[in-house]
Each structure stands twice: as structure tokens, then as C-alpha cells.
Design a binder for this molecule. Structure first.
Ligand code: SAM
Length: 204
């Protein structure tokens, strides 16, 4: 069963930043690795569902011409809106995925600490919608905790394994450590090599 919406409402009723995302070295390092793993220097239009208080949003904003960040909880949307108030290219909206989904296509979708809240069917639906929203050559980045948690239906490693079997996505990178797993996949309906930063600059 997916984690009910009331769980997230309760979390934010008890604390402005329930997961202390802006406080720990653990999270700061993980966010830095996430942004460092983005293969392209710049993205034109990115989507980040489940943005919480916007710590990763702020880092992603530096690499995107347009960024849409969303959360199902109003106070999280307000916190991210405040955090990005000086950044005109960032739009923050209240949206519950995968039932609600933005119009248009993206060249980057980032799913960070979100997918383990869904049952397997809903998780697959969310991943399919993400893949379908990507332009050819667009990138899907996932990053998730690996330790067991009562509310989580799976780990980061499980998510990474599942991603490799989804049609239309080719794995570009995977990073595993004891705490989290980070993946980068490219939307590539046909065959052919995935994007290489070295090739793009004539080094390979
Ligand atoms: C653990 S926080 C992760 C925040 C952020 N992505 C990060 O990595 O720092 C999960 C967030 O996802 C939001 N969320 C959970 N289910 C959601 C859904 N179905 N649609 C949109 N947001 C959701 C929660 O409200 C919460 O803010």
C-alpha cells in the first residue's frame, strides 16, 4: 500500500522541515553528489516532484533554465516558494503525483527520496509517466535511502534494479553506498550510445 497523504500532512504539522533536510552533512553530501551526477552542464526544463522544503531545488535551479518543483503538502510548497523567491526561473506548485502531472516535456526529471512511498504498481506508473515526459536524450535521476524504514515499500537499490528493466530508458550511471543509491538514466527509445560529457567536448 502507498503511504497515505495524511502521513505527510502530519509530518509537516509537527515540524517545518520534518526530515531536517537543511541540517545534516549526510544530506548535503548526497545533494552535492546528485547535482554532480547530472551529465549535462545545463538543462532547459526540469521537473522535481516531492520537493519538500526546497534544499535540492535550490541546487538544481543553478543548472536549469526552467525548473518546476512540486509537493503534495501546502506548507512544503510555501517553504520552497520562500527559499526560491529570488529565482524567477523556478516555479513551485502543489501537485500529487502520479495522479496529477504537468503538461509538456522535460529534459530532466529528478525523483529524490520519493519513490519508496508508493506501492509497486503506483511506483511503476510514476516511473512510466516520468519516462514518457522526457524528451529524447532527457535524463531521469533517482536517489533513495537504502536502510529499512517502516513507511518505505522498497530501498534505493530495489528502485535502481527496477529502472533497468523499464522500456525506453538506458542506464548512464549508478552509485551505491551503504546509505543511498543514485541512478541516472537517459530516455532513448532507439539504440545508440548514451550521452557522454567527454564525447560532447571532443575528448573521446
Ligand atoms: C522525504 S521528502 C524528500 C524531499 C526532497 N525530494 C529531497 O530529496 O530532499 C518526501 C516529500 O515528498 C512529498 N510527497 C510524498 N508523496 C507525494 C506525492 N504523491 N506527490 C507529491 N509529493 C509527494 C512529501 O510531502 C515530502 O515533502
Amino acid at each position: 500500500m502507498s503511504t497515505p497523504g495524511s502521513y505527510f500532512d502530519d509530518q509537516y504539522a509537527g515540524a517545518a522541515d520534518p526530515w531536517h533536510l537543511g541540517e545534516r552533512w549526510y544530506d548535503r553530501r548526497k545533494y552535492d553528489l546528485t547535482v554532480a551526477a547530472l551529465p549535462r552542464p545545463r538543462y532547459l526544463r526540469a521537473f522535481e516532484p516531492g520537493c519538500s522544503v526546497g534544499v535540492l531545488t535550490e541546487l538544481l535551479a543553478a543548472r536549469c533554465r526552467q525548473l518546476l518543483s512540486t509537493d503534495r503538502v501546502a506548507s512544503a510548497v510555501e517553504a520552497t516558494t520562500r527559499r526560491t523567491s529570488g529565482l524567477d526561473h523556478v516555479t513551485v506548485r502543489r501537485m500529487t503525483v502520479p495522479e496529477q502531472w504537468p503538461e509538456g516535456t522535460f529534459d530532466l526529471v529528478v525523483l529524490s527520496e520519493l519513490l519508496y512511498y508508493f506501492d509497486a504498481g503506483t511506483r511503476t506508473r510514476l516511473l512510466r509517466r516520468s519516462a514518457e515526459s522526457l524528451d529524447d536524450g532527457g535524463h531521469l535521476v533517482t536517489v533513495h535511502w537504502n536502510h529499512p524504514v517502516a513507511e518505505h515499500t522498497c530501498t534505493g537499490r530495489d528502485i535502481a534494479d527496477r529502472l533497468d528493466s523499464l522500456p525506453g530508458l538506458s542506464r548512464l550511471a549508478r552509485y551505491d553506498d551503504p546509505d543511498f543509491t543514485l541512478t541516472v538514466h537517459e530516455h532513448r527509445p532507439g539504440s545508440g550510445p548514451v550521452f557522454s560529457p567527454a564525447r560532447a567536448e571532443g575528448l573521446a
